[in-house]
Structures are given as C-alpha cells and as structure tokens.
Design a protein around this ligand. Structure first.
Ligand SMILES: [Zn+2]
Length: 394
C-alpha cells in the first residue's frame, strides 16, 4: 500500500514556500488536523523532523497522478531530476562516509543519467517491495537495509537477491541504500523512532565523536512530556509503531513510572552499556536476545528496576524513518522545483508472520514476581490490537 507523502509538509510549505509550493498543496487531499508540535531537541528545532513529530500522519489516499506536464509556474515545465541529481541529494542527508566500515551503502543498480520522477522508500529490498516499485512506476527504490552486505559472484535470477536485481533492472528501477549512515544522521533512524512514540529528544545515545554539534550518533535519548507507567508507555509505542504479528515484548514492572527513554532503531542490544550509563527509565529497541536482556534486567534489579525494556519488531522500529526520509527528499525536491513524487511502502516485511500468545493459566502460575507478567497481561496482543492504528499497514 502506498500513500502520498507530500501533505505531511503542507503546513511547513504553506508558510515557507512561494506560489509554486502552494499550487502543489492544492493537489493534496484529506489533510489531517495538526496537533501541537513538541520541539525535537530541547534547544532549537529541525523543521523536517518537527513536522514528522507533529503527528500529522498522512491519511492514505489513492495514488496521486504524476505531476502534470506544463503545470509549473508560468507554464514552465518542472525540471525532471536525473538519478545522479537525486543521489547527490540523498547523500547530503546521509553521507556515505558516515556508514560503518562493514556496511554496503549507496547505489546498487541504476543509470546515473536516467530520469527520476517517482521514488519509493522501504525498509527491506525484498521481492515484494521490488514488485511494488514496478507497480507504481517508481524510477528509484530507496531502502534502509542493503541488498548485498557482502560480495557476490552472481546476480542470476535463480537466487532471491538476483531476482530482485533482475526485476529492478528490467523495469528501469534504481536501488539506493542508506543504512548505518542513516542511523547516525541528524535526523536519523532513531529520531524517527523517537518521534513515532512522542519523545522530546535531548541527544544521541552514543554521540558521534566527529560531530561538534553533538547531534549525530547512534540511538537517541528523549523525555516524555508527562511520566507514564511502563504499561502505558508500551501501549503508546504499540500505537505509534506500525503493527506487526510479533507485537512488542516488555521487561519490567508494568506499574513502574517512566519519563526518560533511550531508543535505538533496529538491533539495539549492543548498546546496553550506553543505556545504563544514560540512566534512563526505559529502553525501546529491537532484536533483544535472551542473555543481554536478562543481564540488563538483573542489573536493573540493583538500581530500582531501571532500565525497563521494550522490544519491538526490527522492521517496525525502522519503518518510521521511511516517512521521515521521504519528507526530507520532498523538501529538497521543492527547493529545486523538481517534478518528483515520493512514496512510502506499507508492506510489512518483518519476517515474523504470526504470534501465539502464552495461555493465561501458564503465565499466571509461572509468575514469580510482579514484573514477571506476560506481555498480554499489560498489552493487547497484535491480533486484538485495534485495526484503526494510524500507522498500521493496510
Ligand atoms: Zn535494520
């Protein structure tokens, strides 16, 4: 499912854009009402992310038409950017040199001279997403995860990655990856995650030593405007993130009050030392393994149970970045006056497709202390979670 990204920035554009920007706004339908906007960082604010944090989540609309030829101001045609133009723009947002050494970011396939009018953002470069890019007529697919993290000797369509490459090249769709460079960026993947659960960000969890502003780095630390119980915070996270079969897992006393939160989009159990050092009440991330989580929990018992843990699906913690990234490209596109539209894939590409909740009897008889409750005791299961979730894939 695809939805138009342009209306997220309508308010910002309306107050900052000229006649052309306003003209484009008239093509946007179903504008949701804006809610109060918390500043992204305590001092100052970033207009791009503030618009994201504002909660003006887009309402799904039918695929918008391509920008009409000749609709530019004064009858001039809006310029169509080349792939190299768009890649240059993306690299200003997520400089490739800021990626980890082991990572594989940048252009995977595509002709730099090709024209780009539609860009699809997604977390995973899997076959369903490649097919979706073809369906909507995208010229460029931007994903967070690399297709090839290590070298390969074949892109034959007999392999699933080769099939993706064939699908993209045969249909003139380029693929660009922004992975750990997007994690470290300002704003980055964890900014979008923090925004999705309503945090006021105070800084990175692991600051990038090369950034004098102290804004780049891995993970983010943030504050809730009002303290919530752990159960309430977990429910807020479940509402703010896209729905997945696995739902969220929680470790901690559901009645414990939380105000300070560390978040890390994607696999976050390598940052427990930093989370402890930050002294936060709760840590929201994904892919928490038994031993790191158990040790963090045992350590927490020595310090008022902090930090509690909320473990979401990897895909769900990184999906909000797609909306943020699409908005950032929209903003650049507007500045150049490009005939470019951005889309965000709503296909759930989390590999887990079902969740079997623990039987009530088992969870109650095995409970040995108050924090040992099944997630179902404090959260709705993914199956019973309301279907009207604004970020829910459809
Ligand atoms: Zn990831």
């Amino acid at each position: 499912m695809i939805r138009d990204r342009n209306h997220i920035f309508r308010t910002w554009r309306a107050s900052h854009s000229g006649a052309r920007g306003k003209a484009r706004l008239t093509r946007v339908r179903d504008e949701p009402a804006a809610r109060p906007v918390p500043d992204r960082y305590l001092p100052g604010a970033c207009p791009v992310l503030v618009r994201h944090v504002s909660g003006t989540r887009p309402v799904p609309v039918p695929w918008p038409p391509a920008i009409p030829v000749g609709a530019g101001e004064g009858g001039n045609l809006p310029p169509v950017p080349s792939l190299s133009d768009v890649i240059a723009a993306l690299e200003t947002l997520w400089p490739p040199h800021q990626a980890e050494e082991w990572d594989a970011v940048g252009l995977v396939c595509g002709d730099p001279d090709a024209e780009v009018t539609r860009v699809l953002f997604a977390v995973d470069p899997v076959q369903e997403v490649a097919d979706e890019a073809v369906r909507i007529g995208a010229d460029l697919l931007v994903t967070h995860h690399p297709l090839y993290l290590r070298g390969t000797t074949t892109v034959a369509a007999t392999g699933f990655k080769g099939r993706v490459v064939h699908t993209l090249i045969k249909n003139d769709v380029a693929l660009h990856v922004a992975h750990t460079n997007a994690d470290r960026a300002d704003p980055g993947v964890s900014d979008a995650l923090a925004g999705a659960v309503g945090l006021r960000i105070t800084g990175p969890l692991v600051p990038d030593a090369t950034d004098p502003s102290g804004r780049r780095g891995l993970g983010r630390i943030g504050e809730l405007d009002i303290p919530l119980t752990l159960a309430e915070f977990a429910a807020r996270a479940a509402r703010g993130l896209p729905r997945t079969a696995a739902g969220l897992r929680v470790a901690g006393d559901p009645e414990q009050l939380v105000r300070t939160v560390a978040v890390c989009g994607g696999s976050g159990d390598g940052l427990f030392g930093d989370v402890r050092a930050a002294g936060v009440d709760v840590y929201l991330t994904a892919d928490l393994r038994h031993h790191p989580a158990s040790e963090a929990q045992q350590q927490g018992l020595l310090s008022d149970g902090r930090p509690a843990l909320v473990d979401a699906a990897h895909w769900a913690t990184e999906w909000p970045w797609c909306e943020q990234a699409a908005g950032q490209l929209d903003e650049i596109s507007d500045r150049h006056g490009w005939a470019l539209r951005t889309y965000v894939s709503h296909q759930v590409t989390d590999p887990w497709t079902a969740h079997a909740p623990a039987p009530e009897a088992l969870s109650s008889t095995s409970s040995t202390r108050s924090s040992r409750q099944s997630p179902e005791a404090i959260l709705p299961t993914s199956a019973s979670r309301p279907q009207s979730h604004p970020g829910a894939p459809r």
